[in-house]
Design a protein around this ligand. Structure first.
Ligand code: BMA
Length: 841
């Protein structure tokens, strides 16, 4: 239940069994059952308090029963928690008034995962899908006075193992070094069972407060809408699903954007659906970030005894997949405008759900916007996020490519599984479809590719393809098309399109592509320029997290990339080999552990910069680039641009530059033949001057060209073509600058002429001056020789620099601000560590 009678949901606080929302008269009454519960693990004779919402591992950690699963290799010793049964219970008090109402239910939104629910010793229902919402009738069982609620949790891992024994033939799933088998048989976040960036922590828990609701007659199950626009007139169809305990009457009132509809409706016993429409003319459009504002309008629906509020946005969105000379397009069109989608893939924000706070979510999403992203992909191995996540994306203008939660696996298509999935899809689509941020529904992550990953499915692709299709099109696609007909249904990621069952890993002519040839197949960074995906929804390169974060899980004697602890925090079996072989492919081998950590981030930034700059310069053939991955859920070597704890890696700083609305990019087309492109995603044409220089590593600059140029709106323009055949590629680099002749804004880019290992970089130092301005710490950086990938780190991750990972050119001061957000930490300039490329050898 999203809201109670026009009360904003923030009125639900964690108070352990409080009654809320008394609005006079005999309205719906609700009480929430958050707060302190008791967790028991009988096989280990453990009894500890547990905070709900929350998970069992966090409760055991807080009670001092277990060590921190993220430290060292502790995860290995904690696998028993996931395979244990557990009981979670609470005694609470209920008023006479609630207990006496007609229709009383226990509403559960996020139960992880397999649990029988008891109220006062009576079994009231069974939960077996973390992504469904359950509503159990408790009339006659709930009593006035003291009550006891209990969740008897079965281990999801054990349940999966049992289900596996019932299968007529094997249904394999991709597994990682530490994993819980048969994860694909249980509807639980797939990455809980371990991933190539994640621990195996098979948490149990309750992630939203259970709610008891009681109504004298009727209640709302869902409110959801369909929005259509014709020449500026919006038809807002509002669908209200009502359950009533008896026949009767109620007053339905719907209002939005200044329009109101009010009528008396008859109720019949059971569930019914009311469809009413509002005609709305005077609204401001909702736009993705970078294209305009994000106005949101309150939609309110009330009955006599229940009500809902939602915030909606007015925009049209479609995906153009029409044929063209390069194959077929994959272009998101919002309010008639083609958008180049820039962003990254989102995974759950913590392996321990208790720690997935709204503050963290907001920080990560605002970091995405700060890096000029306008889309994120909620990836299918994680979870459907909570309301606040989507509200924040609505407010920030972050479009969402939304997968359903299936990933890297084959799945059953028998009724016990598909019926469960059907309920999940119906619930999630009705819950989420009114968010303007959601751009597309996608069936799964890489499940078409997975058909070729296992011996069983290779031998009998027909059988597994039929299973795939029954679930994906037969259940998920069918429900999406029915409930949310206005939104694009995309079968899988990657996918060549509807009714195409090729895996689309290597075809850049249509659909969305996952381009992993550089990381997983060992091709050089330059290979990113061998393809022009129509939309690249995954491509990535790993790096290590920062030294301060490594210190949080790794003892000093293990600070070596192939130590047992560091290898434990690397889940891609070839990960460290790829990172180190890339060092020697492009760089002089870094001397110390700290240099290796730093350089891993530099090369990650270089890899993804190469890809994005090239693909952006190919617009409109390519119209989207979402790199793998935005965030981490524990401290680990991974493809993320923001490490666990929130510190930005060099990649995130690079993303802010390579996703900038206006971009200059230097690209070597063939040996010694270069092109300079100006990419302009904005709606205005920009006139200015291009300056191309060759700068030697000892700091002397040569002007190669200076000329006027124009960047046309929403276009990529080839600005210069030139040769560097006669240049000494080891003693200098290129720098291009574009100065807007109106605003005087400057965009710049630099490029080495050869691999950095062949360049004679000079040993320079960074001088840092520290001052204060209006309570903000300012750092002024200067150098006497050009310095590359200058990276500042500070021990406290809450200290945020305004820029990082940049290049310093002699004679140009760089001023950086240091902020700490809402956290009050002392700033000590001595603690700022600076490293640049020449420092690594
Ligand atoms: C992609 C993702 C993830 C994985 C990543 C890195 O294919 O969908 O499953 O973590 O690659 O290997």
């Amino acid at each position: 239940m999203d809201f109670f009678f026009c009360q904003h949901k923030t009125s639900y606080y964690n108070d352990g069994g409080k009654e809320h929302a008394e609005k006079g008269g005999n309205h719906m009454k609700q009480m929430t059952l958050g707060g302190t519960w008791t967790l028991e693990i009988p096989e280990r004779e453990i009894t500890v308090p547990m905070t709900v919402p929350g998970d069992d591992h966090t409760a055991l950690l807080q009670a001092g029963v277990i060590a921190d699963p993220y430290q060292g290799k502790n995860e290995l010793d904690l696998q028993w928690i996931g395979s244990s049964q557990a009981r979670l219970s609470k005694i609470f008090h209920c008023t006479e008034e609630i207990a006496s109402l007609e229709m009383i239910s226990l509403d559960l939104k996020s139960i992880d995962t397999v649990a029988e629910v008891f109220l006062n010793g009576i079994s009231i229902g069974l939960c077996d899908n973390m992504f469904r919402s359950y509503r159990f009738d408790i009339r006659g069982i709930l009593s006035a006075g003291e009550n006891r609620i209990e969740f008897a949790f079965t281990s999801a891992g054990r349940t999966a193992a049992f289900l596996n024994t019932t299968l007529p033939y094997p249904i394999p799933a991709m597994t990682y070094p530490i994993h819980s088998p048969h994860r694909n048989l249980v509807r639980k976040a797939q990455c809980h069972s371990g991933w190539d960036w994640g621990p195996c922590l098979m948490v149990k828990g309750i992630y939203e407060e259970p709610v008891i609701s009681a109504s004298p007659l009727e209640r709302i199950e869902y409110v959801h809408t369909n929005l259509t626009e014709t020449e500026g007139i919006w038809n807002l169809e509002v669908i209200t699903e009502i359950t009533s305990s008896d026949a009767g009457e109620t007053t339905l009132t719907i209002s939005c954007a200044g329009e109101t509809l009010k009528e008396t409706v008859s109720l019949r016993k059971g569930t019914q659906e009311l469809r009413r429409s509002l005609r709305i003319t005077d609204i401001d459009l909702w736009w993705p970030s970078g294209y305009g504002r994000q106005p949101l309008y309150t939609l309110s629906v009330t009955l006599d005894h229940d009500g809902r509020e939602k915030r909606i946005g007015f925009r049209t969105i479609e995906v153009d997949t029409s044929s063209d000379e390069s194959g077929s397009a994959m272009t998101f069109i919002v309010n008639g405008k083609a958008i180049f989608c820039k962003g990254a893939n989102w995974i759950p924000s913590d392996a321990l759900p208790s720690r997935s706070t709204k503050e963290r979510e907001k920080f990560l999403l605002s970091s995405a916007v700060e890096a000029n992203m306008n889309m994120i992909r909620v990836w299918g191995g994680g979870r459907y996020e909570q309301e606040s996540f989507y509200e924040t994306c609505d407010e920030y203008g972050l479009l969402i490519w939304h997968d359903f939660m299936f990933s890297c696996s084959l799945y059953p298509s028998e009724p016990w599984f598909t019926e469960n999935v059907k309920e999940e899809v119906i619930h999630q689509v009705k819950r989420l479809k009114d968010h303007p941020c959601i751009a597309l529904w996608c069936g799964n992550n890489e499940d078409v590719g997975a058909l070729t990953w296992f011996e069983d499915s290779r031998k009998d692709r027909d059988r597994y393809l039929i299973d795939y299709d029954r679930l994906n099109e037969g259940v998920i696609g069918t429900q999406v098309r029915k409930i949310d007909p206005k939104r694009t249904w995309w079968p899988s990621s990657p996918s060549a399109g509807i009714d195409d069952y090729s895996d689309n890993w290597h075809d850049d002519s249509k659909g969305d592509m996952h381009y992993w040839s550089v990381w997983h197949e060992g091709k050089p960074f330059e290979a990113y320029r061998e393809v022009t995906p129509r939309f690249c929804s995954e491509f990535g390169f790993q790096s290590f997290p920062s030294i301060p974060l490594i210190r949080s899980f790794c003892p000093p004697q293990e600070m070596n990339i192939s130590s047992p602890v560091m290898e434990h925090h690397q889940r891609n079996d070839r990960g460290n080999t790829i990172i180190t072989s890339t060092f020697s492919r492009y760089f002089r081998f870094p001397s110390s552990f700290a240099d290796q950590v730093y350089l891993s981030q530099v090369q990650q930034a270089m890899a993804i910069t190469t890809a994005v700059e090239y693909w952006r310069s190919r617009r409109p053939v390519c119209m989207g680039a979402l790199y793998w991955q935005l965030n981490d859920l524990w401290p680990v070597a991974s493809w993320s641009s923001i490490e666990y704890g929130g510190r930005w890696k060099a990649l995130h700083w690079a993303a802010k530059r390579f996703f900038s609305p206006v971009l200059l990019t230097l690209q070597e087309k063939q040996n010694g033949r270069w092109e300079l492109f100006g990419v302009n995603d904005t709606e205005r044409s920009i006139s200015g001057t291009i300056i191309l220089e060759r700068i030697s590593f000892d700091g002397n600059s040569d002007l190669l060209s200076q000329e006027k140029a124009e960047l046309q709106p929403e276009t990529s323009t080839q600005l210069l073509v030139f040769d560097t055949d006669s240049f000494n590629t080891s003693s200098s680099f290129l720098r291009a600058t574009f100065v807007d002749c109106g605003s005087q804004d400057i965009w710049e880019t630099i490029s080495f002429l050869s691999e950095p290992k062949n360049c004679s970089l000079e040993e320079g130092t960074v001088t840092i001056g520290h001052s204060m301005e209006n309570g903000t710490h300012l750092l002024t950086l200067e150098c006497e020789l050009p310095l590359f990938y200058v990276m500042l780190t500070y021990p406290d991750e809450n200290l945020h620099f305004s820029d990082n990972g940049f290049h310093l050119i002699p004679g140009r001061k760089k001023v950086i601000t240091c902020t700490t957000g809402s956290v009050d930490i002392p700033f000590d300039i001595e603690q700022v560590k600076v490293r640049h490329l020449r420092d690594t050898y």
